[in-house]
Ligand binder design. Structure first.
Ligand code: F6P
Length: 359
């Protein structure tokens, strides 16, 4: 059996743990593993395929990033090329990719990805490839699994950052607004905001009223708490406005979210008169060494993916649904997003702790 691995899309801490577990679990069965470089680029004339042996994956569990490299512009169904007039246009190279896959003698593909990469994997499965998906994203927005690897590390990084900002914010008696990643899902903002004792948490699932946010800042002021910590998910939006984008979608990419933090900071400053600063934590949340939880989850996902290949179970995604690691049909996952449920105990906990959710 020859298994190919793809790690396309945005990286997430724990990816190397998944790769290592796949390689070692396959090796235990006497199978070979190959890494497709840069998403699917390695099969489409880019610089290649890496043969992955136990030696090649030694000592990588704790490393962030992916040893295979990645890109979020590598969709074989919407490959970007420059036409004669110099414009970027998308072409479908999926047949070429499938031909290259067969020519390389691969039997199965394990695709480790978020919504975009899992959709590519699903479409390749529908075209005949033997595909198993592994859910990866710091955003934790993939349905069919309680957690994706990378999320716990991102939350730990964000919590640590908010902790650090607390002291300077309090010393200067300011309002600090921290913008966190997560796209349309508020998992990172909600979990790190609660863990780091934020005063206000704004998430995409709950459109906010800026006046309610300012009420919280004013109430703290009156109670002698002359500083406030406001955590904002990048996809959060006011009840009377839309999502804020940093950049509109260009060929082969998705919209880049960003900017809501500074808008909220300016509005708070104007309405309350408080000195306000904002900070975008950005890609720090995607970097660094995975937490113990993410390492273990990644290793369990990788081993489970090879187990699925051994059982001939394809068109499935590996899920973490305690107490089990299970297989979820990919069609139940594709095109959907897992949002923070408004009646979840985490949301209730935030409210009961007196944290304003801006509504
Ligand atoms: O999906 C993961 C994620 O980090 C999002 O939270 C964020 O909006 C996006 O990727 C950033 O993408 P890029 O690395 O292309 O800027």
């Amino acid at each position: 059996m020859r298994i190919a691995i793809s790690t396309g899309g945005g990286d997430a801490p724990g990816l190397n743990a998944v790769i290592r577990a796949i390689v070692l679990s396959a090796h235990t069965r006497g199978w070979q593993t190959y890494g497709i470089r840069r998403g699917y680029g390695g099969l489409l004339g880019d610089d290649g395929i890496m043969t992955l042996t136990p030696e090649k994956v030694r000592g990588i569990t704790h490393l962030g990033g992916t040893i295979l490299g990645t890109t979020n512009r590598g969709n074989p169904f919407r490959w970007v090329v420059r036409d004669a007039s110099g414009n970027d246009v998308e072409v479908d190279r999926s047949d070429e990719l499938i031909a290259a896959f067969s020519a390389s003698g691969f039997d199965a593909l394990i695709t480790i990805g978020g919504d975009g990469s899992l959709k590519i994997g699903y479409d390749l499965w529908r075209k005949g490839l033997m595909v198993v998906g592994v859910p990866k994203t710091i955003d934790n927005d993939v349905p069919g699994t309680l957690a994706t690897f990378g999320f716990d590390t991102a939350v730990a990084t964000a919590t640590d950052a908010i902790d650090k900002l607390h002291s300077t914010t309090e010393s200067h008696e300011r309002v600090m607004v921290v913008e966190l990643m997560g796209r349309d899902a508020g998992w990172i903002a909600l979990h790190s905001g609660i863990a780091a004792s934020a005063d206000v948490i704004l998430i995409p699932e709950i459109p906010f009223d800026i006046e309610k946010v300012c009420d919280k800042v004013r109430a703290r002021e009156q109670a002698g708490r002359h500083f406030s910590m406001v955590v904002v998910g990048e996809g959060a939006r006011p009840h009377d406005g839309g999502i804020v984008l940093l950049e509109r979608r260009a060929a082969g990419t998705v919209d880049r979210l960003g900017g809501i933090g500074s808008l909220v900071a300016r509005a708070i400053s104007e309405r309350t008169g408080k000195e306000t600063r904002s900070l975008v934590l950005g890609h720090l949340q995607r970097g660094g060494s995975p937490t113990t939880f993410d390492r273990l989850l990644g290793l369990r996902f990788g081993a489970a993916a090879v187990r699925a290949v051994a059982d001939g179970a394809f068109g499935v995604m590996i899920g973490y649904n305690p107490p089990v690691i299970n297989r979820v049909p990919m069609e139940q996952v594709i095109g959907k997003s897992k949002h923070v449920p408004l009646d979840s105990d985490t949301v209730l906990t935030a409210r009961e702790l007196g944290i304003s959710l801006g509504d």
